[in-house]
Design a protein around this ligand. Structure first.
Ligand SMILES: C[S@@+](CC[C@H](N)C(=O)[O-])C[C@H]1O[C@@H](n2cnc3c(N)ncnc32)[C@H](O)[C@@H]1O
Length: 450
């Protein structure tokens, strides 16, 4: 979004130009009141940004001020580039939708099923078998995965009530959260069918999980799957100021990134994750439990393994487009993904530092792209070739992250970008058929802080 502005339609940049010109006029009129050397600067600016533009749109002066104006609005809008303003997985149920391209995430959910069920039961018992049990899924997206976790949680509560001979069953209140631009319409459309087989009340809670979403001390169980690697924003130092554009040719932490890039991303993750824990600490009842998974890395260096390689291939696809003059190099230099894969130690340390939750279990696990292929072809007898698998992987990455690329490079380039990406993926998959996503699954319990 920010950068669609920076591409600048005629109206957008001219509106911005007039605002800048008005400001220069105002400052120039204030000349006698400004101390030296401040008065000289607005005067210079007013020469560059006169009140009216020369009538000839292609004059050197007009082109020059247009460039400066675009740079200014680009930087101003990027300063506020909060992910929640535009991020969403692909909507609907068509071929490019998240709901049709989330096999890998559903595999991740199946790995954590028993841990989630154990935690729901523990939360129920720890909080004195409540009459109303509140369950929240954070970053639910839409489609099959969104309600699968809820279904497992309801089954687990029913099971424990049976074991404890607890009657009547508690009323279950499910709250599904995601960012405001999530496809809540499709999600809500699936509630009616779901409720035929599951006794529960469902509501949606749009907003960022890096802020408060629910009233204090109201949640018994919280879940979040494959979300917390998304940051609230690209680290501010990489969005503007002296470090803007210094992660050249990259869209994420890469082998060629200067050391401050990793530092900036690490700090942003620490800030965001600690904010996430603080907010949940307010909302979760003492004894309540939370299970979350996020994409992670095994070693210290993020630029060697796992999902890094997939972002690297996307960067290559973009560079390919630069070499053919389809994308400007500057566009790549000013783009970074709001994404971070922490190590197990980073996550453990952050939970301990924040102090409101005790770690009941935490581990890493891999989910291979090959497994996703096998799952997707389960009902077909034929063996899928690498090109088809690569297309599937590219569509999966596209369904999760396209909105971020649209906001910076424009929707019209997406088909071409992801087609090139798919070709690079084919090479990758032939070379690394065992390529996998590393994840962390943590199960924590809200404790009393003394
Ligand atoms: C890969 S999807 C996972 C969806 C679902 N949990 C699953 O396992 O299939 C990541 C989701 O996290 C959501 N998300 C990212 N940042 C968020 C935030 N700050 N607050 C709420 N949701 C967020 C995205 O909108 C997206 O729907």
């Amino acid at each position: 979004m920010a950068c669609r502005e920076a591409q600048g339609t005629k109206n957008e940049w001219q509106t911005a130009y007039h605002s800048i010109s008005n400001l220069c006029l105002f400052l120039s009129l204030s000349l006698p009141f400004l101390p030296f050397p401040l008065y000289f600067f607005p005067f210079l600016l007013f020469l560059i940004f006169p009140k009216t533009l020369p009538p000839h749109q292609d004059s050197t002066h007009t082109i020059f001020v247009k460039r400066i104006t675009l740079k200014i609005i680009h930087n101003i809008s990027k300063t506020n580039m909060q992910v929640e303003q535009f991020f969403h997985t692909n909507v609907g149920n068509d071929d490019m939708s998240y709901s049709k391209n989330s096999t890998i995430q559903s595999l991740i959910q199946s790995v954590t099923k028993s841990e989630r069920e154990r935690a729901v039961i523990e939360a129920f018992k720890n909080t004195s078998c409540p009459k109303i049990m509140s369950i929240a899924d954070l970053g639910c997206s839409s489609g099959h995965n969104a309600l699968l976790v809820v279904s497992d949680a309801i089954d687990a509560v029913e099971l424990v009530c049976k074991e404890l001979n607890q009657k009547p069953l508690p009323e279950i209140h499910v709250m599904l959260n995601d960012l405001p631009r999530n496809d809540f319409n499709t999600l809500i459309g699936s509630f009616e069918d779901f409720k035929k087989n599951h006794a529960c009340f469902i509501s949606v809670a749009p907003g960022s999980f890096y802020g408060r979403l629910f009233p204090s001390q109201t949640l018994h169980f919280v879940h979040s799957s494959t979300c917390l690697h998304w940051l609230s924003q690209v680290p501010v130092e990489l969005q503007n100021g002296t470090k803007l554009g210094l992660n050249k040719g990259n869209i994420y932490i890469s082998k060629t990134s200067p050391p401050f890039v990793l530092e900036a991303f690490t700090k942003q993750f620490e800030r965001d994750f600690s904010q996430f824990l603080k907010c949940r600490a307010e909302e979760v009842i003492h004894g309540g439990c939370m299970v979350f998974t996020l994409v992670a890395r095994k070693g210290e260096d993020p630029s060697v393994e796992g999902i890094y390689l997939q972002w690297e291939l996307l960067a290559q696809a973009l560079m390919d487009m630069v070499s053919q003059g389809i994308v400007e190099m500057e566009k790549i230099d000013t783009f970074n993904l709001p994404f971070y894969t922490p190590t197990l130690e980073e996550v453990k340390n952050a939970i301990r530092r924040e102090g409101s939750f005790a770690i009941k279990s935490i581990q890493m696990f891999d989910v291979g792209w090959g497994e996703a292929r096998d799952q997707a072809c389960e009902h077909d007898d034929k063996v899928e070739d690498n090109a088809t698998t690569a297309q599937r992987m590219a569509k999966s990455m596209r369904a999760s992250s396209e909105s971020l690329f649209v906001s910076h490079f424009g929707a019209e380039l997406m088909d071409e970008l992801f087609e090139r990406y798919s070709n690079f993926m084919e090479g990758y998959f032939s070379k690394y058929p065992d390529g996998a996503l590393t994840n962390i699954c943590a199960s924590v319990q809200r404790i009393n802080v003394l």
